[in-house]
Design a protein around this ligand. Structure first.
Ligand code: MTE
Length: 321
């Protein structure tokens, strides 16, 4: 049998790094990782969630959080993203997020709690039964998706650290990995990315700590190894790749409210009746329907009014946007 002749020039010498990294990534996602490693000798790359974490994430469908809408395709959910730490283009997170180191990973839960604790990702994966829920995601940019997430209610984690009576807000902080996140070089956001919720919003059963999508561990671009999902709020409230959760007495300053307080409020509840200063929020484009498909009406609280409207009883939603 003739021996395979290996090239003397590594592909990385003749192809720009970003190109071969993404090529390798496509192969790995298509289950051809071994082939890519064998053919190009590119096996020894940085470790990532995809390399070291289980390939599937067992989760039980929860009928209480199931939509009849057809979920957006896995390809769209994992390749059309906002994750500014990797760049502002919609394809940047898919292109670069595999560089993020997602193991080992810890989350510090601290502040106004009786039992502050640093959790390892493996502890968090076992803290409560893993559920699959189908949620709507409405981005402030007026597009939307329907996403099958795997995870459990954030309240399970918050209860474990025993919030004190002073805890009125929760702050979420995203990881900063300057070597792996090219977007951190731009100054659009005063990094790290910080988001927050009022305590009753954080304890609401709909507010989800997410570890997976489409039955698999989250890929980097969707916020590996864990992010939050708050389906009645604009997508920017759902911080990704979280390393710190702080319970606070005072309302935290959040990234978008800091950049443009007249455009992005702390609440950010989906509200077709309150326009963004530069565009309407009355309708949305569903990703995957095609650019020329008719836009659909945006629903108050993104369709979750029955579950969450009571949280805002008596509040002026024009002021508290
Ligand atoms: N979290 C971090 N750390 N950085 C970001 O840029 N973008 C937000 C949110 N979480 C963002 C983030 C925005 S604007 C949206 S719409 C959602 O993530 C998108 O989540 P998805 O890419 O998983 O659909």
């Amino acid at each position: 049998m003739s021996r395979l002749k290996l090239p003397t020039i590594a592909p990385s010498d003749i192809t720009p790094e970003a190109v071969w990294q993404s090529r390798r990534r496509w192969l790995r996602q298509a289950g051809l990782g071994a082939l890519a490693a064998g053919a190009g000798g590119l096996g020894a790359a940085a470790s990532s969630w995809a390399d070291e974490a289980p390939k599937t994430l067992a989760a039980t469908p929860n009928p209480d959080y199931w939509l009849s809408n057809k979920p957006t395709s896995e390809k769209d959910i994992t390749s059309y993203n906002n994750f500014y730490e990797f760049g502002t283009g919609k394809a940047d997170p898919f292109e670069y997020a595999h560089q993020m180191q997602t193991r080992p990973w810890t989350v510090s839960v601290e502040g106004e709690v009786a039992r502050p604790r640093i959790f390892d990702i493996d502890e968090l994966l076992k803290l409560a039964p893993m559920e699959e829920r189908i949620y709507r995601l409405r981005c402030v940019e007026a597009w939307s998706m329907v996403i099958p997430w795997s995870g459990y209610s954030l309240s399970a984690l918050l209860k474990a650290v025993e919030p004190t009576s002073k805890a009125r807000f929760v702050e979420f902080t995203t990881v900063m990995q300057p070597d792996n996140m090219p977007g951190l070089r731009s100054r659009i956001i005063d990094w790290p990315y910080v988001e927050g919720l009022r305590m009753d919003e954080a304890m609401h059963p709909l507010t989800m700590l997410v570890f997976g999508v489409y039955g698999k561990p989250l890929p980097g671009q969707n916020g590996a190894p864990l992010r939050v999902a708050i389906p009645w709020k604009y997508g920017f409230k759902s911080g990704k790749s979280i390393v710190k959760i702080r319970l606070l007495e005072d309302m935290p300053m959040t990234s978008w409210a800091q950049i443009a307080p007249n455009e992005y409020g702390f609440y950010a509840n989906v509200n077709p009746g309150v326009a963004h200063p530069r565009w309407s929020q009355a309708t949305e484009r569903r990703i995957g329907d095609g650019f020329f498909a008719p836009r659909v009406d945006t629903l108050m609280y993104n369709g979750y009014g029955e579950q969450v409207a009571a949280l805002y009883a008596g509040m002026d939603l024009r002021k508290n946007y």
